[in-house]
Design a protein around this ligand. Sequence first.
Ligand code: ZN
Length: 552
Amino acid sequence: MVCRHKALHMVSVFLLFAPHPMVTLQPLTHITFPSQRPQGKTPPPPPSAPPRARPLQPKPIAASSRSTARPPAVTAGVGGGWGREVHRINCWNRFQALRMKLLMVLFVSTIAGCCAGSISSAPRLLLVSFDGFRADYLETYNLPHLQELIEDGVLVKQVTNAFITKTFPNHYSIVTGLYEESHGIVANDMYDPDAKKKFSQFNDSDPFWWNEAVPIWVTNQQQRNGTSAAAMWPGTDVRINNSTPRFFMKYNFSVTFEERVENIIRWMNSSDPVVNFATLYWEEPDASGHKYGPNDTVNMRRVLEQVDQHVGFLTSKLKASGLWDAINVIITSDHGMAQCSPKQLIVLDNCIGRGNYTLIDRSPVAAVLPKNDKKYVYNLLKQCDDRHMKVYLKEEIPDRFHYRHNKRIQPIILIADEGWTIVQSEGLSKLGDHGYDNTLPSMHPFLAAHGPAFRRGFQQSTINNVDIYPLMCHILGLTPQPHNGTLSHTKCLLADQWCIHLPEAIGIVIGGLLVLTTFTCIVTVITKSRVAPPRPFSRLQLQSDDDDPLIG
Ligand SMILES: [Zn+2]
C-alpha cells in the first residue's frame, strides 16, 4: 500500500512539474509572454510554491527549473501557422486538464498517505509483566532470550516498587504512576469502611475499587484516537472510568502464555484499528517463588528457564509478524520474592484475642481493623513481637512508604521483617512471599526494554516503578494524568533524550575551563612574543627644501 502511494506520488509529481513538451521542443527564442497569449485563454498558474514555514517573511519564488514549466504562448507567425497554433492550444488545454486531475490525485493521495503514514508510524508499546520476577534472578540464572533483548536495548537493574510490595497495588502503580494511597488499590485484600465493601483477587471486577485513578490504557483511548489491548493485566477486564481496553481477555490463569501472545500478535497486526498500546501478563515466576521459595535454585532455575522460553516465544512471534523493529517492548514485574521459613512466624493469637479486631489483609503487611478500642489493640500488638515486626497506627506510618492517605488503609498496620510471616495460629503456607518494605532489594523487580524509542546496550542501576508511567506516556505521545513519577529518571533509557549525569557534567565544565585557560595562556604568550623590539633612536632627517619646523 505504501509503495503504491509512493509510485503514484512520483508519477503525479513528475507530470505536475514536468516542463510542457512543446516548450522543451521550442527554441528559447520562440517563448513569449502572457500579453501574447491567444485571447480567452487564461494563463496557466505557476507551479505551486513550496509551503512557507514563516508567513511573516515570505520567500520570493526563485527562478528555478520549475519556472520552465510555465507554458509559453506562441506568437502567430513564429510557431508555424494558426492550425498548428490551435492544435497547440488544444494540447495545452488537455495537458492542463490532465495536470489539474493529477493535482487532485496528488492532493488526495498525499492526505491518504499522510494519514496512513501517521497511523503506521505512530509509536507503539507492549508492556509485559512476569509476576514476581526478582531483579537478581537475571544474574543468578542463565536467561539467553532475555539477555539478547537487553543487549540490544536497555536494562534497569532494580526497580523500586511501591509499598506494599504486592501484586495488584504494584501493577496499578505501573500503569497509573501513582503510589498506592493515591490510586486506591492499597492491597490484594481490602475493605472500604464507607462503602462497606470487600475486595480480593477473586472479587476484583467492581469499578468502585479502580476508579480513583485512570490507567494508561484508558488515557490512550481518550487521547489521540489510540486503541488499547490487554492479555490480562490486573484491572484490564474492569470498566474503569467507563472504559475497558478495546480488546481484552477476562482473567483466567489457565490460559497459556502462548495463547495470550497469539492474541497480542493478532491485535497488534490489525490495521483497523491500529493497536498502539497493549499489556501482557504472566503468573510466573511468582507462583513458583511462593511454592518453593527463591532459595530453591533447582526449581527456580527450571521455572526461570521456562519464563525465558516465553520471552523467546514472544520475540520470535513479534519478529515473524514484522512487529519487532516497529514496536517498543517493556518487560518488567511487580515485585520480587523473599524466602520464608516455618521457624519465622509471628503468631498473633499469642498476643491478642481475635474478638478484638478484624484481619483485613494478612502477611507480611497485616491490615488490622480494631473492633472497639484502637489503642488497646495497638498496645497488645506492639508487645507481640517487636523484634521481627513493626506496628504502626495509620497516622504514624513513615512518609517514605507513601501509604497513609486513603480510607482503605486500615487504622493499624503490622509490617513483618524480611522473611517473617504474620499468622493468627496457622502454620506456614508458602515458602516465599512478598509485600515487605519496598527498600529491600529482595522486593525489587527489574525492567528491560527494546525498540525504536530506546537506546541500545544501555544499563541503569535504578528507577521507581511510578516512573514507568511518564516514560510510557512520553513514548506514546500522551499527556499524562497527575502522577508521582519523574520522567527525567528514565531519560537515559530513551533514544530521543539528551542524557548526562552530574559527575559527567562536572567533568565537562572542568574540562572546558582547562581548555579555556590553556587557550588564554597560549594567546598571551603569542601576543607578547609579537611585540616589536624597541628601535634605536634615529635623528629626523630633513629635506634640503624643508623649512625649519621650529623657525616661523
Ligand atoms: Zn505479583
